[in-house]
Design a protein around this ligand. Structure first.
Ligand code: GCO
Ligand code: MG
Length: 402
């Protein structure tokens, strides 16, 4: 069996997605997500111009060899563009292998370790009362775990607070929007949010929070400590993790569980964090961390150090990533939680899939492969539109982390 065609499909069914379709001479094909939010076309070109020609004629069964060929063979290792492109190829190859085996992907990985995948949704509000209303809606929908974000008094806009509630989309058309940030105001306000939520809803549901890389280690330590009474499931991306040792400082001061890694693209980004047990959850997911093949390696390392998985699952991860991640989640022994931001009905239509939500759990279907396809005709009606994530500045104009 041979790979005879590599199609790169760029579309915008309410947001941009890059999808790879690998086609074999026997007609079986595989689908992989290659979306890198705000930098989509760089991955599309990497696949089209540099990877595609090297795949033609190869045996799609050699998943490991192809992964090593693309990673080691390029000489230039790691990086989000490269690893997202490799991930798309890897996901499509696992899809093909599972289709050929006539099995849902989780069976090839080692079978089910659980009945369903606990997911968390996003409750965002302009103020505390509004966020509480949104939390109530997620509880009504059956969620067991909810991430809560809230507008900060004195700041015109805040990360995680959306215009559209159920379909929160941070990327905007045009050039990057500019937001303003004050760490002092944020640190003062967030404990009040969780105090209110626990007071109103009790402790039955898991609550999570994302600081989106905006604190220093000592500030994160202060926040983690202040949030201890509210028993968060996790505090996410408290600090930029370029310097992994920075997390030691947070750990010295707080027992609030820590999650990080949605921007990581390889095991090397997380090695020290995992080996020193500086985190509790690793957020890497299929598409930005080198596919099923590499994510499995990260999870296996994490399992030695009591670190559990918490795959990124925002709207910029296409249903093809969500589908593949759910098979991975159903198998992975050290599973923690899966993020689930719902896609719009149009996105769901462009990517027909068989996963389903009930009682706070997502479950992949039993179709052979990862269960997600692309409707190319419908995709063609929604061409790429330039869109960026916002940027963030301090009140005095200094460029800051988004
Ligand atoms: C999350 C994230 C997202 C990202 C987005 C960037 O925890 O879901 O922080 O909101 O910002 O996926 O592409
Ligand atoms: Mg995040």
């Amino acid at each position: 069996m041979k790979i005879i065609d590599t199609k790169i499909i760029v579309c915008c069914p309410d947001r941009n997605f890059v999808t790879l379709k690998l086609i074999t001479d026997e007609g079986v094909y595989g689908i992989g997500d290659a979306t890198l939010n705000g930098r989509e076309l760089a991955v599309a070109a990497y696949l089209q111009d540099h990877i595609g020609p090297c795949l033609l004629g190869r045996d799609p069964g050699q998943i490991e060899d192809i992964w090593q060929y693309l990673y080691r063979g390029a000489y230039w290792r790691r990086g989000p563009v490269t690893m997202t492109a490799i991930a798309a190829v890897d996901t499509a190859l696992w899809d093909i292998k599972a289709k050929l085996a006539g099995m849902p992907l989780y069976q090839l990985l080692g079978g089910k370790s659980r009945n369903g995948v606990m997911v968390y949704g996003h409750a965002n509000g302009t103020d505390i009362a509004h966020t509480a209303d949104e939390v109530a809606k997620y509880i009504d929908m059956g969620y067991r775990a909810i991430r809560a974000q809230c507008g900060i008094p004195g700041l015109p806009s805040t990360y995680g607070v959306s215009k559209d509630k159920l379909f929160y989309e941070p990327a905007d058309a045009g050039l990057p929007a500019e937001n303003l940030w004050s760490t002092e105001k944020y640190l003062h306000h967030i404990p009040k949010l969780f105090d209110h939520l626990r007071d109103k809803f009790g402790f039955e549901h898991h609550l999570l929070h994302d600081a989106h890389h905006r604190l220093t280690p000592i500030e994160a330590a202060q926040l983690g400590k202040a949030l201890e009474p509210y028993k968060l499931f996790w505090l996410e991306d408290a600090v930029v993790a370029d310097n992994q040792a920075g997390f030691r400082r947070i750990r010295e001061h707080t027992t609030t569980p820590l999650a990080v890694g949605e921007v990581f693209n390889s095991i090397w980004d997380a090695k020290q964090l995992i080996e020193e047990q500086l985190i509790d959850y690793i957020r890497a997911t299929v598409t930005h961390a080198g596919g099923i093949t590499h994510l499995r390696r990260i999870a296996d390392l994490a399992s030695l150090y009591h670190v559990r998985t918490g795959c990124h699952g925002a709207t910029d991860l296409s249903p093809a990533t969500m589908g593949a991640a759910l098979h991975f989640d159903l198998w992975v022994p050290n599973f923690g939680i899966q993020e689930y931001m719902r896609h719009t009905p149009l996105t769901d239509e462009v990517f027909p899939h068989d996963y389903s939500f009930a009682d706070g759990y997502l479950t992949p279907g039993d179709k052979p492969g990862h269960g997600v396809d692309i409707d190319e005709k419908l995709a063609a009606k929604h061409p790429y539109k330039r869109a960026y994530l916002p940027v963030n500045r301090l009140l005095d104009g200094t460029m800051f982390n988004w």
